[in-house]
Design a protein around this ligand. Sequence first.
Ligand code: N01
Length: 543
Amino acid sequence: MSTSNPAADPTAQHFDVVVIGAGFSGMYALHRLRQQGRRVVCLEAGDGVGGTWFWNRYPGARVDIESMQYSYSFDNDLQQEWSWSEHFSPQPDLETYANHVADRFELREDIRFETRVNELTFDEAADEWRVGTAQGERFVAKYVIAATGSLDVSNVPEWPGLDSFHGEAYHTSRWPKGGVELAGKRVGLIGTGSTGIQLIPEVAAVADHLTVFQRTPNFSLPSFNRELDPEYEREWKADYSLRRQEVLNTHGAVLMSNVAEQRSIFDYTDDEREEVMERAWNARNGLEFIRTFTDTSTDPEANEILAEFVRNKIRAVVDDPETAELLCPKTYPIGGKRICVDSGYYQTFNRDNVKLVDVRAHPIEEVTESGIRTDDADYELDVIIFATGFDAMTGSMLKLNATGLDGVRLADRWADGPKTVFGLMTADLPNLFMVHGPGSPSVLAQMITTGEWQVDWILRTIDYLEDHQISRFGATSAQEDEWATELDTVASRTMHSKTDSWYTGANIPGKPRVLLMYVGGFERYSNWCTRATEQEYAEFEKK
Ligand code: N01
């Protein structure tokens, strides 16, 4: 590989590739680049590996994809020897797994922990990136791979008085490693997304009192989490490699069980479809329930039938009818926002120590010294938990403060929403690759396996560039336009773009409203990327 010139910046540390982030994709990129003999360093802001599963350590944090699938596929010995304890892994198991992988492949020696990248500048004279960190270190590399995560930058709304609160306050994605003592305390929790829904039952079980501040209710399905069935594990391991391949030919990079009827909801009489929905509900397959019929994600009338079935499940669990109605989503289609899965969420509202507050009707006005003030009441609290989500998909990229060709800032290029090619590259920032970037399937496909796939695409591309002695490689605006057209084409078939959520940036005031991920399915996505490789990157700019 043509390496960078140390004489140009003698105090900087020089590498072929800088990988940003030691989550699952960053760790895999590091491993493969080392195998290829590249000089590589991985810069990680945290003091441990695992990315999302390092930061989000709140009680109840758990993945909603089954453990046998939500794991690395790149090493057969690893996948045969590793055993998961639960069907859906909790955060501690995922963090343990990430640490095991880091140790097994001796990754730590090339990871710089507690090193947050806060500046990326492309040096046009040398065709290499200058990388600065908050700790004052400087790195230089021809290539940068940003494996910075889709959900990394926490969102805490700017309520007046935030700093005045005398109690403890935590955002769920920065939960202290030692845990938080909640016993005997009055806790207020804001937010009822996937995170809040997982955390609320755990808090209610230990706190003296829990007040849940809900603005928009979510559809949540029971996870039916359980110990991993050894027979099921044996079946998977017997043909793991084949199944991993099959996964890549599916929409969400997940193999589904066979409960889905794969027919229109209107093919059934009212009674028949109740029976089909009941069977799918009881099949204990978590998120799969939403795929029971072919048309509920595209036809509003079909969607409403499924939504009402789920609302009736909520009404059947929650004792107080007023609370039950508040918990029933009625303003958007089921599946428009990301579906949640839970362990006892709705049951929690039958407890005497839990109160649901509707902050749509009575918005939070300020945080006070002693709690939260809405427009009609004061809530005295010892602890406030912000389960208020993330500046998703673009937040972590923009935090890198990247500047590309002709001094163009990424923040300016993306001022009206991100523009990318396959979510892997963006014009004017050559030699910079993203994993799970905006415009890729990211959170809509199983992220470990598709992260491996994207890293493989990037590494194949780097091989090509080195073999052909190309020093500068970048996407063009014309390609971005073409990809934007494809993004719009597939988006128009779903309800995501019509629903306000973090998928569309609608959760962050002032953020452009754009559907941030590719909803055409992983198989279709990977065909686009593979075609580009087969055509020897004909549309990309090369120098
Ligand atoms: O974040 P969210 P999350 N006033 O943005 C509320 C993944 N994940 O951390 O809907 C009052 O979904 C906001 O209300 P509203 C998964 O992909 C996965 O929960 O904007 N409330 C909402 O209720 C998930 O989708 C897993 O009206 C305010 C909540 O805060 C993604 O992470 C587990 C407010 C934020 O919900 C994000 O989930 C956990 C305000 N000003 C997370 N601002 C699993 O694998 C925000 N809210 C299972």
